[in-house]
Ligand binder design. Structure first.
Ligand SMILES: [Zn+2]
Length: 309
């Protein structure tokens, strides 16, 4: 399995168009020790020919242009991108579906609750269903493993097991839809396994980690984990008001209840923070916070990284 990290930032990217926080200001002025990043996006393949996207970022068009493997090889109209798996209905995870609207056949795997938000409540996504062979929505359920791109050769098959994470549908879905959403269907983590037993776990939004989830994480080879915020009050301090990291469904990295402390017992996986918000001091390669995560054995994802497993 080849895994490409096409985007590693949280919603808004880095720098964010309307943000003048210390990170965004300095990277615009060329005085920042660190890299710009597009919004989080993963692409993976078992056979090198057919690719599956994990979520569809608002930066997807640019990300495909930056990745030759995802570009058409033959024919007048074709794409190596066969499928998309959605972990939530968040704007930064679904807006990129609209970049894939040019009558291209596409499987879209999502829970029923997420699919209803997109296909019943938001008519713009009908752009994916203008002809019968276009988007094929496949319902997935937490705990039920399925094979990605079922047309591929068995030896290259990737099995995906979605698992429920705490969290609700995004606010834009409205209170009625949020109340009707089935438990465990709003936010997913994804476990992706090869036939040889190698396993990647992708979790861009994590509100909390209980003991059973911790055990699951210690059984994987590579963990891509929510690195959105360093501290719980990060946005409140910058904007002067608003919601905390925990209010937004993201456990912060630092603090006694943060991911650094909570995931410290992990022994097996390579640990990589992804979905990093532009305000997060770990983006600054010279910051004490960056040194702290590196000393704890974590990496900070960058656009363009590839992981093979
Ligand atoms: Zn910023």
């Amino acid at each position: 399995m080849r895994v490409k990290i096409l985007g590693s930032a949280a919603g808004g990217g880095f720098p964010q168009w309307n943000c003048a926080c210390s990170n965004c200001r300095r990277i615009r002025h060329g005085s920042f020790r660190g890299k710009p990043r597009t919004q989080s996006q993963i692409a993976l393949t078992g056979n090198g020919a057919r690719w599956c996207l994990l979520n569809a970022s608002p930066d997807l068009r640019f990300q495909i242009l930056s990745c030759p493997e995802l570009q058409p090889k033959t024919g007048v109209r074709e794409s190596p991108i066969a499928a998309v798996v959605l972990t939530s209905a968040d704007v930064d995870h679904v807006a990129g579906l609209l970049h894939l609207r040019e009558f291209q056949p596409l499987r879209i795997y999502s829970t029923d609750s997420v699919a209803r938000v997109l296909t019943e409540d938001n008519s713009i996504f009908r752009a994916l269903q203008q002809v019968p062979e276009q988007a094929s929505w496949q319902r997935i359920r937490p705990g039920e493993s399925f094979k990605l791109e079922p047309d591929g050769a068995a030896a290259a098959a990737i099995h995906c097991e979605p698992f429920a994470l705490p969290g609700a549908l995004p606010a834009y879905a409205g209170s009625d839809r949020r109340n009707k959403s089935a438990a465990g269907e709003a936010v997913l983590g994804l476990s992706l396994s090869t036939l040889a037993g190698k396993q990647l776990i992708y979790m861009p939004s994590v509100a909390g980690v209980d003991d059973s989830l911790l055990a699951r994480l210690d059984a994987c080879d590579v963990l891509l984990f929510d690195g959105t915020f360093w501290s719980d009050d990060e946005l409140v301090r910058i904007r002067g008001s608003g919601r905390t990291a925990n209010d937004m469904g993201h456990m912060p990295i630092s603090g006694p209840k943060g991911s650094l402390a909570r995931l410290a017992p992990l022994k097996r996986p390579r640990r990589i923070f992804i979905h990093v918000n532009n305000t997060n001091p770990i983006l600054d390669e010279e910051s004490p916070e960056r040194r702290e995560v590196v000393a704890a054995g974590w990496e900070v994802a960058e656009d363009g990284w590839e992981v093979a497993l």
